[in-house]
Design a binder for this molecule. Structure first.
Ligand code: FE2
Length: 279
């Protein structure tokens, strides 16, 4: 295996592995270490069936198999196999998307931070990619924490953040209808359960309030912190190619998606490894 760290604040490219073949426990353990070390790992030119991708995910930990609620449009074809979801804007003959989270830009977020046990790893396999945009950007939340000005560290450390998701992609949820929306309180700063390093655990799309502060005070503090997190100095941006397979550490990074046009086809296959309650 050849490992080439990205010229970026996180991430590495790993070549020389065929991940469609069954992998040994020793290799699986090595992969988990690499994900924790580099936070985002790219395996280019992979050829995967859904079952093969799922098998790989299972070697990395318990696979999360969770449907979006019925209130959100989730096409049946997105969930043919438990543990697999398709993220796609491709429309069927009735004009309905064939995948979840189909269109356009998406703000920075941690996957499922609005549940009690946020995902540990997320992985995406690129099947069809747009001509322009639809890139994924990841920010290094260890670096964002380490460089946060000390007065902001004091304001947020040891507090909890309220994480809410109403399936919008570029706007904040309406806290007045919280009882109808999935939400969970999480530490605003976590000690990563595997690396023991501290990382910021708030994000623009889903974190709405900081414990002990009212909505306006929270908004002001959080906007300052989001602007800090989303600086280019913490970010790697990936332009997808078909066959790219990327696994990331969902606890030490946030990710976002750049704009792409409605008719510029995009289809990726997603699996997730379950995490645990954060302390
Ligand atoms: Fe996501």
């Amino acid at each position: 295996m050849n490992i080439t760290p990205f010229k970026a604040p996180l991430g590495a490219r790993i070549e020389g592995l065929d991940l469609a073949s069954p992998i040994s426990e020793a290799l699986s353990s090595e992969l988990r270490e690499l994900i924790h070390k580099y936070q985002v790992v790219l395996f280019p030119q992979q050829t995967f069936t859904a079952a093969e991708q799922l098998n790989l995910a299972k070697t990395l930990g318990p696979v999360r198999s969770r449907k979006l609620p019925d209130s959100y449009f989730s096409p049946k074809s997105s969930y043919d196999t438990p543990g697999i979801a398709y993220v796609s804007n491709i429309r069927d003959s009735d004009g309905m998307p064939t995948g979840i989270i189909p269109d356009g830009e998406m703000w920075f977020h941690h996957d499922t931070c609005y549940t009690e046990e946020p995902d540990k790893f997320t992985m995406l396999y690129a099947i069809e990619v747009p001509m322009h945009g639809g890139n994924t950007r990841w920010a290094n939340m260890y670096a964002a924490w380490n460089t946060l000005p000390s007065h902001l560290k004091k304001e947020i450390e040891d507090k909890r953040g309220l994480n809410v998701y109403d399936y919008a992609t570029i706007e904040r949820p309406d806290l007045n209808s919280l009882e109808k929306i999935e939400h969970a309180w999480q530490p605003a700063v976590i000690t990563h359960p595997h690396t023991n390093h501290k990382a910021l655990f708030v994000n623009r799309l889903m974190t709405c309030q900081i414990e002990g502060l009212d909505e306006t005070e929270s908004f002001t503090l959080l906007e300052t912190i989001f602007d800090h997190i989303e600086q280019d100095q913490f970010i790697y941006e990936h332009t997808w190619r078909p066959g790219d397979f990327i696994i990331w550490d969902n606890l030490s990074t946030v990710h976002a998606r750049t704009h792409f046009e409605l008719n510029d086809k995009r289809r990726l296959r997603r699996c997730k490894v379950s995490g645990e309650k954060l302390m």
